[in-house]
Design a protein around this ligand. Structure first.
Ligand code: F6P
Length: 319
């Protein structure tokens, strides 16, 4: 590989900047040309690329968002768009690409491979919903952001003797809800992977209330459905005053945690070395605490379910 391109694609995630920095700095260290592609595949199609130097990624390791900006690009789902994207890269002399994003972004990357571009994927999404890895960049920061919100909501819930329903992101997955709910001591955690019964949730609530609990936190993953509706049902069934908070996009921003920065740095630099070693079609991931390489097609199809043991533990500890 003579010239590497790097882009961020899909929803942004804290730690993407740390990853871009690692790609750029490792490429320069290895004396290979490196360009940043703006706005994901949308910017690629529009030819928005620029050479990166050491200073271009200075002062970003601690910032949320992505300095390369990002986009969800419909055009790139189509073969014509993909072919045009490959041509743009070839015209710019870019023969290796690092794609930081989620599974939709990796499908685009696979299409580029079919046109002769070497690609390495790096999982970047707060949802942690990529099958081939236990961890995605941004997940740890998002969980900590939610935890901070739970702590604050718990203060006011206690003062008012209220039930608070908190809706968190995660698309169709419940990882953010599970981890932050366990760490935050939520009374119930509702996730799409585990069926639940509102009456059972309410019975638990009443049990806690009757033994003197001054607050209850119910954490709901967005994939479960409307937290507002659920809040109404709970208030009706239990008679307990209930408030609903939808945390929304605050979960996508903020300074990345040390964990996110460290994995992002390792993945970004390893991606460059893989491309220089002639490798392509791989995603970097984490398995049992170790950095691993997974074939891109396997990375998107293998099952990566919710940690059921952890889910059960959260239930036991929150009685
Ligand atoms: O994939 C990250 C994510 O934040 C999901 O948790 C959420 O469902 C979605 O993106 C929100 O998308 P948008 O940024 O388009 O509102």
């Amino acid at each position: 590989v003579q010239h590497i391109g790097v882009l961020t694609s899909g929803g942004d995630a804290p730690g993407m900047n740390a990853c871009v920095r690692a790609v750029v700095r490792m490429a320069i260290y290895r004396k290979v040309k490196i360009s940043g592609i703006m706005r994901g595949y949308a910017g690629l199609l529009a030819g928005e690329m620029k050479p990166m130097d050491l200073g271009s990624v200075g002062d970003i390791i601690h910032r949320g968002g992505t300095l390369l900006r990002t986009a969800r690009c419909k055009e790139f789902y189509e073969p014509e768009g993909q072919e045009r994207g490959a041509r743009r890269l070839q015209e710019a002399g870019i023969d290796g690409l690092v794609v930081i994003g989620g599974d939709g972004s990796f499908r685009g990357a696979q299409a580029l491979m079919r046109h002769g571009i070497s690609v390495i994927g790096i999982p970047g999404t707060i949802d942690n919903d990529i099958p081939g890895t236990d961890y995605t960049i941004g997940f740890d920061t998002a969980v900590n952001t939610v935890l901070d919100a739970i702590n604050k909501i718990r203060d006011t819930a206690t003062s008012h003797d209220r039930t608070n329903v908190i809706e968190v992101m995660g698309r169709r997955a419940g990882h953010i809800a599970l981890l932050s709910g366990l760490a935050g001591g939520a009374e119930s955690i509702l996730v799409p992977e585990v069926p639940f019964d509102v009456d059972v949730v309410c019975a638990r609530l009443m049990r806690g209330h009757n033994r003197g609990k001054l607050h209850s936190i119910i954490l709901v993953a967005e994939g479960v459905g409307s937290a507002v509706e659920l809040g109404k049902q709970i208030e009706q069934k239990t008679g307990l005053e209930t408030r609903v908070t939808i945390l929304g996009h605050i979960q996508r921003g903020g300074s990345p945690t040390a964990t996110d920065r460290i994995w992002a740095s390792q993945m970004g630099s390893r991606a460059v070395d893989l491309l220089l070693a002639g490798k392509s079609g791989l995603m970097l991931g984490v398995r049992r605490g170790e950095l691993v390489e997974v074939a891109l097609d396997k990375a998107m199809t293998e099952r990566h379910g919710l940690d059921q043991e952890l889910y059960q533990l959260a239930g036991i500890l929150s009685i």
